[in-house]
Design a protein around this ligand. Structure first.
Ligand code: ADP
Ligand code: MG
Length: 392
């Protein structure tokens, strides 16, 4: 078990907190979406309420070791100040004399936001001296940047050699669900994996086959499995170089006694467009000139039925091209089935999340993972540098 901020006393302490404030900005450097800032508020508030001071550290974009004004975290300081309704002081840099001086004057309840970590190439190089300078700013280190945990960077990994690091509230939840629940799930446990390509998620499927009772595959990646089973899939998206791998995964499922569900019917369009003509067909009748853009209606029902009595469900990747309303029905049916099940449900992946949010189902999901690349690596069973760095 990894230590969390709740297990430490932060009274009168300066808490160095690695967060993910890598928010999208428009050309005027206005924040387009502040979700990532909003998500860190509970941990920040917790430290302030407990009598600590908060030193926030993040990267923004890819300034590649250069001090570039367009990558300054200044707009984040302003938004954070509005959200918390208290001043947030922007530091001139993340290391150096002026920053040290500013931090040395902090009192309980104060917040300083350090300037972009990636203004220094040493951050991404995991440079020990740079990590040591960051560490010197705080008495306690907190990581609440799950999306950065798969990167061995100085503020995420190297820093732990100089400052005891613990999980923030957001990271603690990711560890609880993507780590502990997936490792030690309540059975029956189902995984639903979709999205465009198998190649993105091969290792996730492979790893989860060791854990799950039911594996449901949809989306573009199902096409390669169907081809591996001998079905002609017309002009559908396929990865010819992954057919052998698909066969291996099917074999592994059999050996492990995993109930492996592929679509039994598909929605086939003739153009890659929402207004394309389309048909719902059985796997034997896929038109040569068509492309599969969604699972079919019988598959929707079969997948939903399979999920009904699960105790744990993890979902990553849509069942079809859900950006086009005509080909969103499979994804919507799965989203609804996940939300309706009484299981512990975990959803990850930007597009799957978009689907859940579109349908207003977010509240019915136990845990929504924010990690992107980090979530996938965690689900592959990899040890993430940022999590290894936390105290046990
Ligand atoms: P997530 O972001 O949830 O992890 P991915 O990024 O892996 O999901 O995959 C989402 C993308 O896959 C979407 O843009 C969707 O249009 C595409 N996709 C799903 N099914 C198909 C299909 N049958 N053919 C082509 N693209 C598909
Ligand atoms: Mg995506």
């Amino acid at each position: 078990m990894k230590k969390t901020i709740r297990q430490l006393s932060v009274v009168n302490k300066k808490v160095f907190m690695r967060v993910d404030f890598n928010v999208p900005l428009d050309e005027q450097r206005h924040i387009i979406d502040d979700t990532r800032i909003q998500k860190t508020l509970p941990t920040i508030r917790y430290v302030l309420e407990q009598g600590g001071a908060v030193i926030l550290a993040s990267h923004l974009g890819r300034p590649k070791g250069k001090r570039l004004k367009e990558f300054s975290l200044q707009p984040v300081a302003e938004r954070l100040s509005e959200l918390l309704q208290q001043p947030v002081t922007m530091a001139p840099d993340c290391i150096g004399e002026a920053t040290k001086e500013l931090v040395s004057k902090m009192k309980p309840g104060d917040i300083v936001l350090l300037e972009n970590l990636r203004f220094h190439a040493e951050e991404e190089k995991n440079d020990p001296d740079f990590a040591k300078q960051l560490a010197a700013l705080g008495d306690i280190g907190v990581n609440d940047a799950f999306g950065c945990c798969h990167r061995a960077h100085a503020s995420v990994s190297g820093i732990a050699a100089f400052l005891p690091m613990v999980a923030g509230l957001l990271l603690a939840k990711e560890i609880q669900f993507l780590g502990e629940t997936v490792t030690n799930p309540e059975h029956p446990f189902a995984a639903i994996i979709g999205g465009a390509k198998i190649s993105d998620k091969i290792n996730v499927i492979d790893h989860l086959l060791d854990k799950v009772d039911v594996m449901i595959i949809g989306g573009g990646m199902a096409n390669t499995f169907l081809l591996a089973q001998g079905y002609a899939v017309g002009k559908s998206l396929v990865e010819m170089d992954k057919i052998e791998l698909a066969k291996k995964l099917l074999q592994k499922a059999k050996q492990k006694n995993v109930h492996f569900l592929l679509p039994v019917d598909v929605t086939v369009a003739f153009n890659f467009a929402n207004d394309s003509e389309y048909v719902v067909t059985n796997l034997n009748d896929i038109p040569q000139t068509g492309m599969i853009l969604d699972i079919g209606t019988r598959s929707q029902a079969i997948f939903a039925e399979a999920l009904k009595d699960m105790k744990t469900i993890i979902w990553n990747g849509p069942m079809g091209v859900f950006e086009m309303p005509h080909f969103a029905l499979g994804t919507q049916a799965v989203a609804k089935a996940v939300a309706d099940a009484s299981a512990v449900s975990i959803v990850g992946g930007g597009d799957s999340l978009a689907a859940i949010n579109q349908m207003g189902l977010a509240d019915a999901i136990t845990h929504i993972s924010t990690g992107g690349g980090a979530s996938l690596e965690y689900l592959e069973g990899k040890a993430l540098p940022g999590i290894i760095a936390l105290q046990d």
